[in-house]
Design a protein. Structure first.
Length: 314
């Protein structure tokens, strides 16, 4: 969304009211979006990097439900799609009816997790998306969730590890992915020392993720044939395993006990086992017996969606 110097809206097709004010500070006109009647629009953010030296408009779909009480704040959900998929607010809006939904598009349907097809500066993109959403009057920026599937979930692990407090999100919900060996090995987290070198992503710097971390709710299918639950080689990378990923984050966020053994998980319903750690942040993992690589497949859809809805909307 862009505004001209006189505060006029440049984007088309919005159902929002744009309020423009000058606070007298000399910074000029600022604009906010009143979505009390509902909004649906496409956000555009221009970025430049090696694959797009002349600039490229990154986009994200935004959906805000109508709010009869225009002052009510709604939780915000940033949804990151899987590789070779496209973003759509419909995926999340189908079960989250009271949230501001943002479906961000990865460059060429991919996220820059490590050494894949996309070299885009995705972390800067997500930060800018969240900043733009803060213009919406009804958006509760103290209650932002980032959720994603497969490579979208893999990218979320980078956001959790590499972003310092105060992180711009309260909750992270990765599904059907886990950390890779270059992110976590020898008992330490690793990140690129040069955050501007998104082409190589040389994970050469030890980092301790800032604590407290976000609430972390993580789903993974026991029989995932794409990214093995127990870890191992896939897609040219070595994954560390679902339970190892969970425990690494738990330790980083204040948990001081031993890792829960596989048999020590709590069966919360048939085919679903929970592993929960409570340090300075809550880290919980759900091992889904009947889930393959799709957390929204029929065998587990009801459980996954109802748990996410409860976590986000109460």
């Amino acid at each position: 969304i862009r505004f001209t110097s006189d505060g006029k809206k440049q984007s088309k097709g919005m159902k929002c009211t744009v309020k423009c004010t000058d606070d007298g500070s000399g910074s000029g006109i600022t604009a906010s979006l009143d979505c009390s009647n509902g909004c649906k629009y496409l956000m555009s953010i221009n970025q430049v990097w090696s694959q797009e030296p002349d600039g490229f408009n990154r986009t994200a779909e935004v959906l805000v439900p109508a709010t009869p009480d225009g002052t009510k704040k709604r939780p915000v959900v940033i949804d990151l799609h899987s590789s070779d998929e496209t973003a759509s607010v419909n995926r999340t809006a189908s079960f989250l009816n009271n949230s501001v939904i943002v479906a961000a598009h990865g460059y060429k349907k991919h996220w820059n997790v490590a050494d894949g097809m996309s070299k885009a500066p995705d972390k800067a993109f997500i930060v800018e998306v969240i900043k733009n959403i803060s213009d919406i009057i009804q958006a509760d920026m103290d209650d932002v969730t980032v959720m994603g599937t497969s490579s979208g979930a893999g990218f979320i692990t980078r956001l959790v590890v590499e972003m310092a407090n105060p992180r711009p999100f309260k909750r992270a919900i990765p599904m059907a992915s886990q950390m890779i060996m270059i992110q976590y090995h020898n008992g330490s987290f690793w990140m690129p020392s040069d955050q501007n070198d998104v082409d190589r992503n040389n994970f050469n710097k030890v980092v301790l993720p800032d604590s407290p971390g976000p609430e972390l709710i993580y789903f993974h299918g026991k029989h995932d044939q794409d990214i093995p639950y127990v870890g191992g080689d896939a897609h040219g990378r070595t994954f560390i395993g679902a339970q190892a990923t969970t425990y690494a984050f738990a330790k980083a966020f204040g948990y001081r006990g031993d890792q829960l053994a596989d048999e020590d998980g709590v069966e919360v319903e048939d085919g679903v086992t929970k592993y929960e750690y409570n340090g300075t942040s809550r880290v919980v993992h759900y091992k889904m017996e009947n889930m393959n690589m799709n957390p929204f497949e029929a065998s587990c859809r009801s459980f996954v969606l109802s748990l996410i809805k409860k976590a986000v909307e109460g």
